[in-house]
Each structure stands twice: as structure tokens, then as C-alpha cells.
Design a protein around this ligand. Structure first.
Ligand code: ATP
Length: 135
């Protein structure tokens, strides 16, 4: 019998965040958001800091993804991210504090040399975590 659902795995260097069946998976690719349905051609894509979601039986679950890669092979989608959390795992207060720190760092850029790329990425992570937590 043909397989009807995808298997989705999200892993980070620290842990397995999620392993689930899914009807569709949508990811934040560096060249734009992309969706995967069963039977998708195999491919590999780099991911942005962003949100991903999957649908299963009419229910949608959102996750924060801190960059990485998505590999699609047959019926399986594997996400390997620098860090990732399910929406319900996100500590909003922590994300708010991270945003404040990033704002303070970026504000210093007028008068001193800062690592702009790093501060800007921290800002994007915090904003995206707050967005995903609010889903
Ligand atoms: P912070 O400065 O608060 O550590 P960060 O963006 O630098 O934020 P990451 O390097 O992305 O953090 O992640 C480090 C670890 O902490 C990962 O395991 C990640 O899942 C977790 N983490 C970071 N922020 C949060 C959050 N707001 N809620 C839950 N887990 C978080």
C-alpha cells in the first residue's frame, strides 16, 4: 500500500525536538518558504531563522527554527537546526530579554564597533520566537 503521510523529524545538536507523522510540512528556506507533501522529489535546502509548521489531521503545529538544513527523501523530512523549539516550549520572557540585549547592542553601533551580524541574528531569533509562541 502506498504511504500516505510524511515522517517529520526535527533535530538539533542537543536533542530530538520532534518526530511525528505529517500531512504537509512547511519550512523557512533561504530562498523562501517551501511546502512538502508526500511524494515530493528528494532535495536539500538551507533554512533561515524562521518558523516552520506541519499539519496532521487538520491540526497545525508551529516550531521556531534557528537556521540549518531540511532534507527531503521520499516520505521523510529531516530538519537539522542549530536550535529549535515547539511553540509551546518557548519561554517568551527569555525571548523578550534576548531582544532587549540585542537592541542594546545594536544601539551601540553608532558609537562603537559591534558584531552587527551577530546582534542582528540574535534580534531575529528573539522576534521569531515571540511570533511562534503567539501562534
Ligand atoms: P538566549 O540569549 O536567550 O540564550 P539565543 O537565541 O542565543 O537566546 P540559542 O543559541 O538559539 O539561544 O539557543 C540556545 C539553547 O536555548 C537552545 O537549546 C534553545 O532551544 C534554547 N532557547 C533559547 N531561547 C529560548 C526560549 N526563549 N525558550 C526556550 N528555549 C530557548
Amino acid at each position: 500500500m502506498a504511504e500516505k503521510q510524511l515522517l517529520l523529524e526535527v533535530v538539533t545538536p542537543d536533542r530530538k525536538v520532534l518526530a511525528t507523522d505529517a500531512d504537509v510540512v512547511v519550512c523557512p528556506g533561504v530562498e523562501g518558504q517551501f511546502g512538502v507533501l508526500i511524494g515530493h522529489v528528494p532535495f536539500l535546502s538551507a533554512l533561515e531563522i524562521g518558523e516552520m509548521y506541519y499539519k496532521l489531521g487538520g491540526k497545525t503545529e508551529y516550531l521556531f527554527i534557528n537556521g540549518g538544513f531540511a532534507e527531503v527523501t521520499g516520505a521523510k523530512v529531516t530538519i537539522v537546526a542549530e536550535s529549535a523549539e515547539m511553540g509551546k516550549e518557548i519561554d517568551v520572557e527569555r525571548a523578550r530579554r534576548a531582544k532587549e540585549r540585542a537592541e542594546q547592542r545594536l544601539a551601540k553601533a553608532k558609537t562603537e564597533a559591534i558584531d552587527w551580524t551577530r546582534a542582528e541574528a540574535a534580534m531575529r531569533r528573539s522576534l521569531m520566537r515571540m511570533k511562534v509562541a503567539g501562534r
